[in-house]
Structure formats: C-alpha cells, structure tokens
Design a protein around this ligand. Structure first.
Ligand SMILES: [Zn+2]
Length: 89
C-alpha cells in the first residue's frame, strides 16, 4: 500500500510528523537526533520516501532555474545566430 499508515513503530515518528518535518530535514535544519529519527522512518516508509524524493527533486529544479539566469550578452549572441539562421534558412 502506498499511503501513510500512521505507524509510530520503533523510531517514534509517524508519517504526519515525518512529512511535517520533511522540509527542515531536506534543509538540514534538524538536530542529529531528529534527523536520525526521520531518516529511519524514511527507511521503512515508502510513502514518506517518495514524498522526500519529490521534494528533493523539486528543490533541484528550483535551484537550477534560479541559477539559469542567462547573461544578456549571451542572449544577444543567441538572438543574432537565430536571426542569421532565419535569413539563411
Ligand atoms: Zn511515513
């Protein structure tokens, strides 16, 4: 089953708690102890693991977008090449 089971288990963290803490977990803002708790929950909970992967990938995409600010001179060159292509094509 691919849904939260709410099982607290040995780690003492349930899905609600794990998902709530996921952002801070990914940001590395948790204490080592807390991090270990969430980590062990993710180890045995497929639902929270996919949620964590999704969040992590989303962050990478967002970071890439933020970084991918193309410098104006490069844009000019691209425009020039495209214009050339248009003329010759
Ligand atoms: Zn879970």
């Amino acid at each position: 089953m691919d849904e939260p089971d709410g099982d607290v288990g040995a780690s003492g963290v349930n899905c609600d708690e794990a998902l709530e803490t996921l952002y801070r977990y990914l940001d590395g803002e948790l204490t080592d102890e807390r991090r270990a708790l969430i980590g062990s929950h993710l180890d045995r909970c497929g639902y929270c693991t996919s949620a964590a992967h999704f969040e992590a990938e989303l962050r990478v995409v967002i970071a890439d977008c933020a970084r991918a600010r193309v410098p104006e001179p490069l844009l000019d060159r691209i425009r020039a090449v495209l214009a050339d292509e248009a003329r010759s094509g």
